[in-house]
Design a binder for this molecule. Sequence first.
Ligand code: NAD
Ligand code: TDX
Length: 342
Amino acid sequence: MDKKTIIVTGGAGFIGSNFVYHMLGKYPNYRIVCVDCLTYAGNLSTLKKALENPNFRFAKIDIRDAEAIDKLFAEEHPDIVVNFAAESHVDRSIRDPKIFLETNIMGPEVLMEACKKYNVSRYHQVSTDEVYGDLPLDRPDLFFTETTNLHASSPYSASKASADLVTLAYHRTYGLPVTISRCSNNYGPYHFPEKLIPLMIINALHDKPLPVYGDGLNVRDWLYVEDHCKAIDLIIHNGKVGEVYNVGGHNEMANIDIVKLILKELGKPESLITFVEDRKGHDRRYAIDPTKIHNELGWLPETKFADGIVKTIKWYLENEDWWQEIISGDYQNYYEKMYGDK
Ligand code: NAD
Ligand code: TDX
């Protein structure tokens, strides 16, 4: 198998770290270089096992820092760059949009400039289904395809949609070999506890109220994180340059049903559920049509939600050290600010 150097940005976060482990496990000849500036969402303890692998390097760099990125590219001469680095939480983007625009739009620009200069053979932008806006609850026949118009609702999704446009412009204008994936909601190990599934697991374990926004009927299309990693692996190796691929597993669920399932698995009462004020501009339903990636690259999700959620809950039960460290630190202040008055 060929030797390749792959730069994975945001590799200390949820999906990026799962991708690092997927690639180190599957490609023993590859060098994986993780670039991450370790924001509140990045955690070096997540990469503890990777750091013991001689094929792995960690570089603490902000993707907006063009000089540091240039220096790293000069040292590593990467074949492929996969950009996971982003501000990723919708609620935080509603409170403070600026950092979202700076990281999620300007970061990719810095990375693509370096890719252009060092003739990188693939820049992959990890995007999201949220760039399409939302679908109505009463039209279950509608799905997002790659040609659905961009129609972002939150500052987070607007910044991701902007990055997609800039990425496609680098392809058209400079011939940069890019690909984009737009995936639905992920769940699994190392998911930061501010997001729905880990937050509900951890609150339930502490017998704390489970804050459900609005009527709890908003629908998300959940995919086990390993299936997303496998899709990106296929796209960077076999995907067509200049193309966008939707990734999703046809697993739509209402938030309230997810919350009830978690309570049932943990043997906790539904009386813990507390309906709180809705998220501003809250998208109603996301649903991905993954026909293109299935037909062109043979991708299909492998983990059923019923199995994935049990595996995920088990992971949180067995890895309390990982999340205790997070919830006992700065995150506590965020939780108070976010939910204190709800
Ligand atoms: P995350 O918040 O868990 O991790 C983001 C990582 O990026 C962190 O390690 C953080 O330290 C790092 N980072 C942030 N700003 C940086 C900067 N300026 N320079 C370097 N590193 C920086 O996010 P996630 O949920 O793993 O999402 C990863 C990517 O996947 C994001 O681009 C997100 O938009 C996309 N995505 C996420 C989901 C999901 O369900 N979580 C679904 C579809 C797409
Ligand atoms: O406390 C909560 N209560 C609640 O009802 C939280 C944190 C969330 N919710 C609802 C809002 C959403 O309808 O649960 C749903 C899921 O919320 P999040 O976990 O915040 O995810 P979402 O807003 O759907 O965005 C996620 O998927 C797409 C990721 O965070 C994004 O980075 C990704 O692009």
